[in-house]
Ligand binder design. Structure first.
Ligand code: ADP
Ligand code: MG
Length: 698
């Protein structure tokens, strides 16, 4: 059993440690710099670096690294030791302010889209003092932003921080009308991480899992998740040991791992942390994912973080719980006083407007080859963005739009605007799992992100879009001096805006064709795959949004768009390669060997007993030979489609389109042929562990 209080944050250079290790005035200066988001001056940096080094070395660290998030989305680190030879054969340890503030990685091997051509390869990393430094595997990790020398962001963190600032500024303008101006508004995030754990032995036997993170073949197991016995079920001992070790490691790193449970699918689990400021929450999520992968091997397990490791079995998502707050005030908490309620309704309205206006960008922000298998697959939200408010809040919005008095389910009649909002909203929101973005009492839960994604992108979009809507509101309220004037104008604005954006609200079942048709009638976007979802990133409307708030300039957007396109086609290219290899070198030879065995059996039996009835054997042989023929045809077709897509070359969007429209269907067709043979070929001949083998254990 772990002593949580003793280990929690023990590897983090957090506020308490800063207070302890820094001289009083240095601590005050640093706290001030962090609060105001100002750059660190060198004297201060020297003092902080020295303290950090002393603290880190006392905890066994030998190296330091600037820990950052290039556009690949995963984290990068290069370790430098504190060691400095002094010339007489001995060495001392040193860590200077300038090494804390800034590092210089060679940027040329990180994906950077169009920026690669126009800028020199070197980039620099700059400490983000709002994210705490921590020690991981004897390395002091300094969370940093990563930019080119000309200032273009080359990472996921920089635009996120910019968007948080934009939202804070605009939210402040709105709050001034409520007498609450002058705060730094923070966006809060809690990311629930889903993942699979399977045996390392099975994992090592499957090339598709090792190289692509997901199975490219596999007939449905005899038993799937239909009995719903796994969800919240007792956690088996091996997994439990893994989870305990994971909790301990995360707690030491100050990651507030809170809830763990079995998920719906066999071998699927979830970890939810306590929410915190968005940039730190994302750092923590990345650490969580890294630790999950590493620690699984201590227990003979492999951790699968792909969105769709197994076809026909639920995929994994990463619900992004999101809100805005200052101090202890959550701006999405419906309050008890009329003014609080008006404030709540203003923020709610702006979010609804933002999500409707920029629905395609939100969809884009979670687009990936892996997530394409999940969105719309009747287990995750569809590829259509909509907002679920629940019955109670939905009725309130209807009442505001139609100007009729609101009557709650509890039959409490109230006059909106001057009266109270029901404070039972929190308990009253039902759980609609089919919606992309759901109001869950005092926050929104964005359910589209896939399990592998870096949450920076979707939060960057959400923050910027909401900043845009808050700005429009604040602009419209300029000059409304008295409370009465403001209230009347605000209510009128809310009514108009909700009316304009009502189409994005949908409280029904998001699965199935009915909603798809309804969404089309409403004019909502339905970008079914990544190739379709990405182009909106570079539309003028998006460029204008990012430019307006200084979140991304045009070049930064274009480079990101290119990186996403490239990642999509590269992923599919690898998957197609692996499929082709597995079919040619493993599946076809194995099936052929089995067919030959049956054929030999027929000959042998016939020799021994010419009158034998061999109908069954002959039928089997025929089915298998037919299957082989079809599999081979599908294989040839995939090769052809794959080669066609690869030949496109320069035009990256056209290449991505070809992968989405031609290669993916050809991959599915080939898979179907092989999977159809799996249940009829002798298990001993089958070259890879099956779903039955992998997903169920003694
Ligand atoms: P569930 O969605 O399973 O019912 P909860 O509602 O308790 O679980 O919380 C889910 C996640 O939302 C947790 O990570 C939690 O910390 C986070 N969360 C709760 N409040 C907020 C908030 N104000 N802002 C961001 N995330 C939040
Ligand atoms: Mg949830």
């Amino acid at each position: 059993m772990s002593d949580i209080e003793a280990i929690y944050g023990s590897m983090v250079f957090n506020d308490a440690v800063m207070k302890e290790y820094l001289p009083g005035d240095t601590y005050t200066d640093l706290a001030e710099t962090i609060k105001e988001g100002k750059p660190l001056d060198l004297d201060l940096a020297n003092a902080v670096a020295h303290a950090m080094k002393e603290w880190a070395i006392a905890r066994g660290a030998t190296h330091y690294t600037h820990w950052f998030q290039p556009l690949s989305g995963i984290t990068s680190e290069k370790h430098d030791s504190f060691m400095e030879p002094v010339g007489d054969g001995t060495a001392i340890t040193k860590f200077r302010g300038k090494e804390l503030i800034q590092g210089e990685p060679d940027a040329s091997s990180f994906p950077n889209g169009g920026l690669r051509a126009t800028f020199e390869a070197r980039g620099y990393t700059a400490w983000d003092p709002t994210s705490y430094a921590f020690i991981k595997d004897e390395v002091l990790c300094i969370p940093t932003a990563f930019c080119s020398y000309t200032g273009e962001a080359l990472d996921k963190k920089t635009p996120l921080l910019r968007s948080m600032k934009a939202l804070s500024n605009q939210a402040n303008r709105v709050l001034e009308h409520f007498g609450e101006g002058g705060h730094r508004i923070i966006t809060t995030v809690g990311g629930e991480q889903e993942y699979f754990l399977i045996s390392e032995e099975d994992y090592a036997k499957r090339q598709d899992l090792m190289l692509c993170g997901r199975t490219l073949f596999g007939a449905p197991p005899c038993k799937g998740q239909e009995l719903e016995e796994h969800y919240f079920g007792a956690i088996r001992p091996t997994v439990n040991d893994f989870m305990k070790e994971l909790d301990d490691e995360l707690w030491k790193l100050g990651v507030a791992a809170k809830t763990k449970h079995n998920e719906v699918a066999p071998c699927q689990h979830e970890l939810a942390p306590v929410f915190c400021e968005a940039n730190r929450a994302i750092d923590e999520n990345l650490l969580t994912m890294e630790k999950m992968k590493l620690l699984a091997s201590h227990h003979g397990l492999a951790c699968l973080q792909n969105e769709k490791p197994f076809e026909g079995i639920n995929g994994s998502g990463k619900h992004n719980n999101w809100s805005m707050s200052y101090g202890k005030v959550n701006l999405l908490e419906p309050g008890e006083s009329p003014a609080d309620n008006l404030r709540f309704l203003v923020f709610l309205t702006c979010i609804i407007a933002a999500v409707d206006d920029y629905q395609e960008l939100l969809r884009m922000s979670v687009a990936s080859a892996g997530n394409d298998h999940r969105l719309g697959a009747n287990e995750a939200p569809p590829a259509i963005v909509s907002i679920f408010l629940g019955d109670e809040l939905g009725d309130i919005v209807d009442a505001l739009i139609d100007d009729h008095p609101y009557q709650s389910a509890a039959k409490v009649s109230m006059d909106l605007g001057v009266d109270v909002l029901p404070n039972f909203l929190v308990d009253n929101t039902d759980r609609n799992r089919t919606s992309a973005l759901a109001f869950t009492g005092n926050k929104f839960e964005f359910r589209m992100p896939g399990s592998q994604v870096n949450l920076s992108d979707c939060n960057m979009i959400l923050n910027t879009a909401v900043a845009h809507a808050l700005k429009a509101f604040a602009d419209a309220m300029e000059g409304k001096e008295t409370d009465a004037e403001f209230e009347a104008a605000a209510l009128a604005y809310i009514k108009k805006s909700l009316t304009d954006h009502e189409r994005i609200i949908f409280n029904g079942n998001g699965y199935g064709d009915e909603w798809r048709r309804e969404a089309e009638r409403r004019g909502l976007a339905n970008n079914r795959n990544t190739a379709e979802a990405l182009p909106c990133f570079i539309e003028q409307k998006s460029l204008d949004l990012f430019a307006e708030f200084g979140v991304l300039d045009e070049q930064e957007v274009r480079s990101r768009y290119e990186v996403k396109l490239e990642k999509y086609t590269k992923t599919l290219n690898i998957e197609a390669n692996v499929m082709e290899r597995m079919v040619r070198r493993n599946y076809i030879p194995a099936i052929n060997a089995y067919a030959t065995k049956i054929a030999k059996g027929i000959t042998t039996v016939r020799e021994a007993m010419p009158a034998a009835d061999l109908t069954y054997q002959e039928e089997q042989l025929e089915i298998i030979l037919d299957g082989l023929k079809s599999a081979n045809e599908a294989f040839v077709e995939l090769k052809r489609m794959h080669a066609e897509a690869e030949a496109i070359g320069e035009d990256m969007q056209a290449e991505a389109d070809a992968y989405a429209e031609k290669v993916v269907p050809a991959m599915e067709a080939l898979r179907a042929q092989i999977d159809a043979l799996e249940p009829i070929v002798d298990h001993g001949y089958w070259p890879f562990p099956t779903y039955n083998d992998i997903l169920f254990y003694a």
